[in-house]
Design a protein around this ligand. Structure first.
Ligand code: IMP
Ligand code: MG
Length: 177
């Protein structure tokens, strides 16, 4: 049971069911494509990627990237910076970028442009959660788990100041009373 400061938005069972569905869809779409390179965005996507990748029935490999966002006062918006790159050349490969959550869409947009510049055979995107009300840029998500309202969520990889990342469900943080 969650503590009083958290409200479950997506239960463990709902996540499990949806992750299996997404994996089924991805396995069908890439059935004849050869190897799929799954690129997880650290840290948030590590749990989702672990579960998603184990449900796939196609040849796949796992890579990671890490980014950090920082405030740009000149543009009054946050910017994304790459802090860890792939270890592998993706030229000519099918790539699926796997994110925990799409908020403004800047991270997804930044990373998919970065990957596309490396001449992969294809780049598609997958996110477990998206907050449509927060979209600031047009970041297309090809495989989406759930849409949620504009609230801060934790669990299943998502954190608040590194806390609550390994909860098995996704919960909204209640505002302080
Ligand atoms: P975007 O670039 O604004 O789309 O932000 C994406 C990143 O912000 C995600 O990969 C998360 O790391 C973080 N983020 C955005 N919203 C939440 C949230 O509700 N909980 C936890 N992390 C979040
Ligand atoms: Mg993230």
């Amino acid at each position: 049971m969650p503590e009083g400061r958290l409200e479950v938005l997506i239960s463990e069972a709902d996540i499990r069911r949806r992750v299996a569905e997404l994996a089924g869809q991805i396995s069908a779409d890439y059935a004849d494509a050869g190897e799929l390179v799954l690129v997880g965005v650290l840290k948030g996507a590590f749990i989702f990627l672990a579960d998603l990748s184990r449900h796939l029935t196609i040849p796949r490999s796992i890579e990671f990237m890490a980014v950090s966002s920082y405030e740009n006062s000149a543009e009054a918006s946050s910017m994304v910076r790459l802090v860890m790159d792939l270890r592998k050349n993706i030229e000519g490969k099918h790539v699926l970028l796997v994110e925990d959550i799409v908020d403004t869409g800047r991270t997804m947009q930044f990373l998919s442009e970065l990957l596309r510049a490396r001449k992969p055979r294809s780049v598609k995107t997958c996110a477990l959660v998206r907050k449509p009300d927060r979209a600031a840029v047009d970041a297309e998500v090809d495989y989406l788990g759930f849409e949620i309202p504009d609230v801060w969520v934790v669990g299943y990889g998502l954190d608040f100041g590194e806390g609550d990342r390994t909860l098995p469900y996704i919960a909204a943080m209640k505002a302080d009373p």
